[in-house]
Design a protein around this ligand. Structure first.
Ligand code: SUG
Length: 416
């Protein structure tokens, strides 16, 4: 068994659009009604995956879900002209943000020695709550080997669960036993807290985690109110490193001590408010980065290009590199189409620690496959979508045909 971290990026679906559906997500609200570019968005995603493969990392992907969701439109008796937001919900390409697809507990952490995955119910937002049954179907295909994986049902509503976006894992190396940290929010600010503590605790129990190696931490309500709708907007972990904003958690020092009690090797890299304000961190998505262990053992931080454009953030990154700490490289990537909906490099990927040989090979990327995927995207994905196009039957057919062409090229027709 050769356990390693595999990043499964969501391929951006052909209906990618800006409908402003996510209350509390500032980028989504501020781009509401603007023109989206699904083809460019999907190609940006493939370029990010390619760049990570070029670093020597194993890369996987998950497919867009079927949109528009005709069953949802039917169940809600939606009138496409009158109910614009409901129509847009059924068209949403939000499954691209696979950090919200599931919570993953790798085999070394679980009682039965299997990797456990619980699809996130995403109940707080209608356009996201429709995802999990199709996500589960896809995870059951990708991780079908019962000797190595268990894919659960979602946690029952009403306990909101947002998956890996509110979950961090600390370990000496990815294949070693880990300490899992669940970060939940409490309602009471002007924006919804999406992750419920009881959902986190239920996930930990059903995954068979050792209670002594689980930590529960509260998000800072000020961060949620400032637009950090998920913990991964203000913190990211990899192996022994926690990279976090100084205002990420309700009780910052308490959070560090609780994690340290379970994982004494913890190394915190904290960005103070004076260097990068919470607002600037949320605007640039500095923490919505992929913190990756490169094959040589050093760490790289893959950040959105918006970080390079911010004098404060870029100056801080330069200082951090000069300290010769565990993070040795900062790599900007262009994911601007996703960023405009509040999704940075970390939102676009689900981390699974597994032996790649135990995963359905159709979900793993190589150069030839990346090229085939790009060809389908370039040929079939709409160049742009205007808000008034949402609900158009002709566009619906184009979106469906585009997805089906991609599934055909990847021999994944069972997902149609
Ligand atoms: O759930 N945006 C997503 C962004 C998810 C980011 N994921 C992580 N932080 N892991 C969300 O808010 C916008 C859709 C719209 O407005 O059309 C949206 O769903």
């Amino acid at each position: 068994m050769m356990l390693r971290e595999i990043n499964f990026d969501g391929i951006v679906g052909p209906s990618h659009n800006y409908a402003g559906l996510s209350l509390g997500n500032i980028a989504s609200a501020s781009h509401k009604g603007t023109v989206s570019h699904p083809r460019a968005a999907a190609l940006q995603g493939i370029a990010k995956m390619r760049a990570n493969m070029a670093l020597g990392l194993t890369q996987g992907f998950l497919l867009p879900l079927p949109r528009p969701n005709e069953a949802l439109l039917r169940d809600l008796a939606v009138d496409a002209q009158a109910d614009r937001a409901l129509t847009a919900a059924a068209w949403s390409a939000s499954s691209m943000w696979t950090a919200n697809a599931a919570t993953v507990s790798p085999a070394p952490d679980t009682a039965d020695g299997r990797c456990h995955l619980t699809p996130a119910n995403l109940v707080t937002m209608l356009h996201r709550a429709q995802e999990w049954p199709d996500t589960r179907a896809q995870l059951r295909l990708a991780f079908a080997d019962p000797a190595h994986f268990t894919v659960h049902d979602a946690i029952p509503a009403s306990f909101g669960d947002e998956g890996a976006a509110n979950h961090m894992r600390f370990c000496e190396q990815h294949g070693a036993p880990g300490v899992e940290v669940f970060v939940y929010g409490r309602s009471g600010t002007r924006f919804p807290a999406r992750q419920h503590e009881q959902a986190s605790r239920a996930v930990a129990r059903r995954h068979g985690l050792d209670p002594g190696r689980c930590v529960y931490v509260e998000q800072n309500p000020e961060a949620i109110a400032a637009g950090a709708f998920h913990n991964d907007v203000v913190a990211v972990a990899n192996e022994r490193v926690l990279f976090a904003h100084a205002r990420a958690f309700a009780d910052q020092e308490g959070a560090y001590s609780a994690i340290r009690a379970a994982f004494p090797a913890l190394e915190v890299i904290e960005v103070p408010e004076e260097a990068v304000s919470l607002e600037e961190a949320i605007r640039t998505y500095l923490f919505n980065a992929q913190l990756l262990t490169l094959p040589e053992g050093e760490m790289a931080l893959v950040v959105p290009e918006e970080c390079r454009d911010s004098p404060a953030v870029w100056a801080w990154c330069g200082q951090m590199l000069a300290t010769n700490g565990p993070i040795r490289r900062v790599i900007p990537v262009n994911v601007r189409e996703s960023m405009a909906n509040g999704g940075g490099p970390a939102c676009l990927r689900l981390r699974v620690v597994a032996d790649p040989h135990t995963v359905d090979q159709r979900f793993l990327l190589d150069e030839a496959k990346a090229q085939r995927i790009e060809e389908v995207i370039s040929e079939m994905w709409p160049e742009h979508i205007e808000p008034r196009d949402i609900g158009d039957p002709g566009l619906a057919r184009q979106v469906e045909a585009a997805r089906e062409a991609l599934l055909g090229v990847l021999a994944l027709e069972e997902l149609i």
